[in-house]
Design a protein around this ligand. Structure first.
Ligand code: ATP
Ligand code: PRP
Ligand code: MG
Length: 285
């Protein structure tokens, strides 16, 4: 069987979570020891460990069939590759920032200014679409230092917690792009490789679904059953089992974790007891 070649970041913000995702999909592979290419012992894949910026190019050239990168790198690369799945990790944004004492009143501030970034394509397009005439100064890292050393009037870089901006005396003024990790694919995969990718995608979606949902168990007096079912959102047919305790039942269902935290107080008020929320390992739909 042909092997699907997957490129992931060698070391950096995406590495650990990319490896964790593949492992949660059941793929076993040696990891570590500085090897830059490895293969799985139980699934037809080869894993290539690369610099993230190089991944779009390799995927376009079919050297790797698929890869995991940030949407920011996908867009900046302008390569002919396709996002096949958003992966819900490494959320961040690409933002414009200026020295915190700047009197900033809107995007026109950047007219005739110099902005340092590692994302000249994304930023160039953004300025063009917004009719701003600024000079883009390309630097490959430590962008936040640029205004402080007189290299630029502002920067455009990745922001997550905002602490790097803060510790460099900058303030965020515009969001240019919201990003997360994505799975990208070559646009002309041969049939056999595409079918391995489909199998992997099925597993990735099962892992993602499981991460979003939790299995909930609770005990309720029978006279409150209907009310509790009404509180639990989107619950079609919960499992209801009688408890040894007269007049009580145990109710089991699957619920999105996010919604659970919104309704926990309501559930308790309605008489639910012994509430257990359990992680789901895989969810096959
Ligand atoms: N602070 C952050 N929080 C969340 N996600 C981030 C953060 N910084 C970067 N990312 C995301 O992770 C990706 C990789 O970031 P990282 O800083 O490891 O890249 P890099 O330094 O370019 O790595 P490489 O050495 O592989 O070129 C970014 O392209 C972005 O999508
Ligand atoms: O808003 P924050 O939470 O502070 O995160 C933002 C910082 O994180 C990234 O750099 P990273 O720490 O990955 O270092 P790098 O520049 O060496 O890639 C990014 O380039 C920013 O500098
Ligand atoms: Mg990089």
């Amino acid at each position: 069987m042909s092997k699907l070649k997957i490129a992931i970041q060698k070391s950096g913000r995406l590495s650990e979570k990319s490896i964790a995702l593949l492992e949660e999909c059941g793929l076993k592979f040696p990891n570590g020891g500085g090897k830059l290419i490895t293969e799985s012992s139980n699934f037809p894949v080869e894993i290539l460990f690369l610099r993230d910026d190089d991944i779009p190019q390799y995927v376009e050239q079919n050297v790797a069939h698929i890869g995991i990168i940030g949407e920011n790198v996908f867009l900046e690369s302008e390569k002919k590759i396709t996002i096949v799945e958003k992966l819900n990790f490494s959320a961040c944004r690409l933002s414009l920032a200026v020295p915190k004492e700047t009197d900033y009143e809107g995007l026109t501030f950047f007219n005739n200014k110099k902005v340092a970034t590692s994302y000249p394509n994304i930023l160039g397009n953004y300025f063009r679409e917004n009719g701003i005439n600024a000079t883009v100064e390309v630097i490959s890292g430590s962008v936040e230092i640029a205004p402080g050393i007189g290299l630029a009037d502002g920067i455009c870089d990745i922001v997550s917690s905002g602490s790097t901006l803060l510790s460099n005396g900058l303030k965020e003024v515009e969001t240019v792009l919201k990003s997360q990790a994505v799975l990208v694919s070559n646009q002309n995969l041969d049939e056999e490789i595409q079918s391995v990718l489909n199998k992997l995608l099925f597993r990735i979606r099962s892992v993602q679904k499981a991460r979003e949902n939790k299995y909930i168990l609770l005990n309720t007096p029978n006279n409150q059953l209907e009310k509790i079912i009404g509180i639990l959102p989107g619950m079609n047919s919960p499992t209801i089992l009688p408890l040894a305790k007269e007049g009580w039942s145990s109710l089991h269902s699957v619920i999105s974790e996010e919604k659970f935290w919104d309704i926990i107080d309501e559930l308790k008020e309605a008489g639910a007891e012994g509430i257990l929320v359990v992680p789901i390992e895989k969810m096959i739909l």
